[in-house]
Write a protein that binds this ligand. Structure first.
Ligand code: ZN
Length: 152
């Protein structure tokens, strides 16, 4: 490899990487289905030092993201079902989709919760190829960290 290239945007989201460096993992435990660990995140990115929770209560906004993502997944699964299995008023195929889709949503919930946080943070923090030289993104100006950085 000649020099470091910019890691792919979508791939970084799907592998839950820090938005700023796209290298550091955003979650401590790799497996989202270990439910006690699902939302455990390091306070800062281990690679570039980017804080993940930008302000107190930052993650409340992820509710909307997870609704949107769940909706997209339902539409996709409906289209796939319609295409490969078909929908008819003569039988129960539609209800099978309804049931299986609901089951799928429950099963992917831990993964979806993580994905929502990642997508949400990507709205606020963008890729920075010079992350080793530049300052981390923050908008919590009252935090101790902010003043520490000014003093140093
Ligand atoms: Zn990072």
């Amino acid at each position: 490899m000649p020099h470091e290239h910019k890691p792919n945007f979508l791939w970084s989201i799907l592998t839950f990487k820090c938005p700023r460096c796209r290298k550091g993992p955003m979650f401590i435990e790799k497996n989202p289905w270990k439910l006690k660990q699902t939302l455990k995140m390091p306070e800062k990115c281990t690679e570039c030092g980017q804080p993940f929770e930008l302000e107190v209560g930052f993650w409340y906004g992820t509710g909307y993201v997870s609704y949107a993502l769940a909706f997209i997944i339902c539409v996709a699964s409906f289209l796939a079902w319609w295409l490969f299995i078909g929908i008819s008023t003569e039988d129960n195929r539609f209800f099978w989709w309804l049931g299986l889709n609901a089951l799928m949503l429950i099963l992917i919930q831990p993964w979806l919760m993580r994905l929502s946080r990642v997508v949400y943070l990507y709205f606020f923090v963008h890729y920075d190829k010079d992350y080793k030289q530049t300052k981390v993104k923050t908008f919590d100006y009252e935090s101790e960290d902010y003043y520490k950085k000014i003093e140093s």
